[in-house]
Design a protein around this ligand. Structure first.
Ligand code: FES
Length: 329
């Protein structure tokens, strides 16, 4: 069953099935509504529900606030139509963009164990898989279950690699972990704007947990292209325990290929082993020298960690335009 969704103020319309989100339905119709994370953490996709009924897929989404119920605001990435709808975009939002469909089938070809409950999944797409390092894909893991994962590999035209941790009770990570090689699914890619700006200057790349995925891709890109930032580059990787630093050796290798770059790993438990420092991502940033007005930051990890580092950088006087981030957890 499908319903008609009308967008105010420009009056464009699209059909939404009952088993897809408004964001997904709009995309199927060739319209891109404002969005960033695709899973409920960033608020970018919030729209006002002017008329009609929706069902919320993920009631505990971090971007939902108690005020939203009073003001009729809903997340387009987590809401499904249950009647014809009229929605209104924020006055500050850009109008919907018309873009080609980016949805295609992909086959899981390998699964690698990287750390306890952390695996790397390599998918081969049926058509060309074009993306920029730092971008992400949305995987359709089951009806109504879509999750965003950043690619950790460099684009090769046909494969997408994701690093994922299985969280007990986490529907998305559990569904992904249950896939065996040969499994097929639909994915949408690419999304995201956390891509490499090649301008010279001090850079800090900060990864927490499986946030290593986009950071690994960005550092690999900079190393492959011998990007000369003409200033020191710090690459920081933090996790709770040493064994949770999945693919840390690969990140260290990528850093070694980048002139002027240094790698530092931080753990909350078990520091002092193999040169690991004690602390969290915020401790690593606090221990770094940088000019707040000149340095540029790439931050990826769990939403709590990314929020803490962003708050720390804001407090230090770093303009938000110099902080590129992904907070998929
Ligand atoms: S795109 Fe919907 S909350 Fe981020």
């Amino acid at each position: 069953m499908s319903h008609t969704v009308t967008i105010e103020p420009d009056g464009s319309r699209f059909a939404a099935r009952e088993d897809e989100t408004l964001l997904q339905a709009a995309r199927r119709a060739g319209l891109v509504l404002p969005h960033e994370c695709g899973w409920g953490s960033c608020s970018t996709c919030k729209v006002t529900l002017v008329a009609g009924e929706t069902e919320l897929l993920f009631p505990a989404a971090p971007a939902i606030s108690p005020r939203d119920a009073r003001t009729g605001r809903i997340l387009a990435c987590q809401s499904m139509a249950r009647s014809d709808l009229t929605i209104r975009l924020s006055p500050a939002a850009p109008p919907p963009l018309a873009v080609p469909d980016r949805e295609q089938r992909a086959e899981l070809v390998t699964v690698e164990e990287l750390a306890p409950e952390i695996r790397r999944f390599t998918f081969r797409t049926e058509a060309e898989a074009a993306f920029l390092p730092g971008q992400y894909a949305i995987l359709h893991l089951a009806p109504g279950l879509r999750r965003a994962y950043s690619m950790c590999n460099l684009p090769d035209g046909e494969t997408l690699q994701f690093i994922s941790k299985r969280y007990p009770g986490g529907a998305g990570s559990t569904a992904l972990a249950a896939l065996d090689p040969g499994a097929e699914l639909v994915l949408e890619a690419p999304f995201g704007t956390c891509t490499l700006a090649r301008r010279p200057g001090r850079k800090l790349f900060v990864a927490g947990g499986t946030g290593i995925s986009p950071i690994l891709a960005l550092v690999r890109e900079a190393g492959r292209d011998r990007v000369d930032f003409a200033a020191p580059v710090d690459v920081i990787y933090s996790a709770r325990r040493a064994e949770d630093l999945a693919a840390g050796d690969e990140l260290a290798l990528a850093v070694a290929a980048l002139p002027g770059a240094t790698y530092r790993a931080y753990v909350e438990e078990g520091a002092g082993v193999s040169g690991l420092s004690a602390g969290r991502a915020t401790d690593a940033v606090a221990a770094s020298d940088f000019d707040p007005q000149a340095a540029e930051f790439y931050v990826a990890g769990p939403p709590v960690m990314v929020a803490a580092v962003k708050a720390q950088l804001k407090e230090a006087g770093v303009p938000i335009t110099r902080v590129h981030y992904d907070s998929f957890g």
